[in-house]
Write a protein that binds this ligand. Structure first.
Ligand SMILES: [Zn+2]
Length: 332
């Protein structure tokens, strides 16, 4: 990874490169944009830029003008490699637990930033999904943002800027990152259904390209379009959280499958289908149902998805899904 591998975010990349070169990095940034567009990567690249000790001869002169002529950060030195693998002592990455950033996490952060850096002159804290700060934690964190310790840089990320406490936003420079245009994902040779499922996010594209996940997608779509039994894939989960995520994935795929059936009924336009590789099945299957019936299915799936946030009974969700799919066979 390096700045050049962050796709379609020229403005944000330029902003951070310039701030690094001119040594004018602000003490706190709020990176906002859809999931998987490179917010965390950009924060990490900037952390590398602060700490990189690349062995390019021209850099040893410390002439800041020369920095613009080389690949920076180098991505090869010890610092860059440790930061890349989240093992550098002076770069912390904080993520929510059970969708919540709690006050204990913020206290841990405050203790760490109060200490002198271990390895370099700078400390970087990347706080992901900062919209999930609890009110207590936000209040505590605000104090740190108001009086940031010397040499500490904060990078906060969020998909939902409107949910971030205004008091926190007002103490950060806000950097907007946009969804990655379809053409850029196409240039990267990402297959068609994946581009639709990725919704402008490189992170989501890599997720769906994982062969194991691809295999799950096949099974779920075969359950929908070919009446194959719907695997209780949740049994393979190793934790409650993983089980919930697998169920969320299953619901999302089924919902997008039903959407494809509606899209085909309404438009007869292959290019608009998400699961383009299943287009023949979609064409055969769609005439059996009315649009209202398919819309009801989508509403039912959306309800189940919302239920997942309220720690719904996953066994029950699975049972409802099996019934929904069985009702499709009966409609034949
Ligand atoms: Zn380096």
């Amino acid at each position: 990874m390096s700045f050049s591998n962050i796709l379609a975010q020229q403005t944000a990349v330029w902003l951070f490169k310039k701030a690094l070169q001119e040594e004018k990095l602000a003490h706190a940034y709020l990176l906002t944009g859809p999931d998987g567009v490179g917010k965390r990567t950009l924060a990490k690249e900037t952390a590398k830029g602060l700490n990189c000790r690349g062995d390019y001869p021209q850099l040893e002169t410390q002439n800041s003008e020369l920095k613009t002529e080389v690949i920076w950060p180098c991505d090869r030195c010890r610092e860059c490699r440790l930061i890349e693998s989240d093992q550098y002592a002076d770069v912390m990455v904080l993520t929510p637990e059970n969708k919540s950033l709690k006050i204990e996490t913020i206290r841990r952060l405050q203790r760490a930033v109060a200490l002198k850096p271990y390895e370099s002159h700078f400390r970087v804290a990347i706080i992901q999904d900062v919209d999930q700060l609890t009110p207590d934690a936000a209040h505590a964190f605000l104090k740190t943002l108001e009086e940031p310790p010397q040499g500490v840089f904060f990078f906060l990320t969020t998909q939902y800027r409107e949910r971030v406490f205004a008091t926190i936003q007002s103490r950060c420079q806000v950097v907007f990152m946009k969804a990655i245009p379809k053409q850029i994902l196409e240039q990267k040779m990402i297959p068609r259904p994946i581009i639709s499922l990725a919704q402008g996010s490189f992170g989501r594209a890599s997720y769906w390209m994982d062969p194991e996940i691809g295999e799950r997608r096949k099974k779920i779509l075969s359950a929908l379009f070919l009446n194959h039994p719907l695997d209780d894939i949740n049994e393979k989960a190793s934790s409650k959280e993983e089980e919930r995520l697998l169920m969320e994935e299953k619901l999302l795929l089924l919902e997008s499958g039903f959407r494809d059936l509606i899209v085909w009924k309404k438009t007869k336009e292959e290019s608009l289908l998400i699961h383009w590789d299943y287009r023949e099945h979609i064409k055969n299957f769609a005439p059996r149902f009315g649009i209202n019936e398919l819309e009801d299915k989508i509403i039912s799936l959306e309800r189940l998805t919302q239920g997942l946030d309220r720690s719904a009974n996953l066994k029950l969700t699975q049972a409802v899904l099996e019934l929904e799919l069985a009702s499709l066979t009966k409609a034949e």
